[in-house]
Ligand binder design. Structure first.
Ligand SMILES: *[C@@H]1O[C@H](CO)[C@@H](O)[C@H](O)[C@H]1NC(C)=O
Ligand SMILES: *[C@@H]1O[C@H](CO)[C@@H](O)[C@H](O)[C@H]1NC(C)=O
Length: 168
């Protein structure tokens, strides 16, 4: 083969490569809207006895994973999720919030400020299986501060990455 023919062959192979690469199908999961929720509390709530916090104002509930009746987020897909929560205690009050994955304790936020309002927050990244439940529960003598015009207590979560084996 002459040098020119080699160049032509290489050129054709390179073009074929570009066509193959650009024609490769996109991963299906990029077409799915990722589940995400963000909710807040518009009322005072006594969560002293392991009461699940039922955040009642829905800012976003993409995929409807969060249930305002129970305060529970149910994972629609296997994957890696980020959860964030923040809360304000009543005047001179205490707050102990615990984040659970099903019956498994994960993390807490605590605040107490004498003669004032204490606030606390926390965040966590966890892997979930479809159907796993994540929620926030209180203990101690916790009363959360909330009002329709004073939404200090919030809970948010979203899917960061689909599990690599998830076919959804
Ligand atoms: C919260 O509830 C607990 C028990 O259910 C009760 O002992 C406590 O007094 C209540 N706190 C407030 C501030 O209502
Ligand atoms: C909170 O939710 C969990 C998960 O569904 C449940 O097991 C638990 O009994 C609930 N706690 C209360 C006080 O309802």
């Amino acid at each position: 083969m002459s040098g020119q023919n080699v160049l032509i062959v290489l050129g054709v192979l390179a073009l074929a490569g570009i066509v193959v690469v650009t024609a490769a199908p996109q991963k299906r999961q990029t077409n799915i809207l990722r589940p995400a929720f963000s909710v807040g509390l518009t009322k005072m709530m006594n969560v002293s006895d392991q009461v699940n916090v039922t955040f009642d104002r829905i800012f976003l509930n993409e995929g409807s994973g969060y249930d305002p009746a129970t305060g529970i987020f149910t994972a629609p897909y296997d994957g890696t999720y980020n959860f964030l929560y923040h809360a304000l205690a009543e005047l001179d009050g205490v707050l102990y919030l615990d984040l659970y994955k099903n019956q498994e304790y994960i993390s807490s936020a605590y605040a107490h400020v004498t003669s004032d309002y204490g606030s606390a927050s926390n965040a966590v990244v966890v892997t979930l299986k479809r159907g796993d439940q994540v929620y926030i529960t209180g203990h101690g003598s916790s009363v959360l501060y909330g009002d329709p015009w004073e939404v200090y207590c919030t809970f948010s979560g979203y899917l960061m990455f689909f599990a690599s084996n998830d076919q959804a």
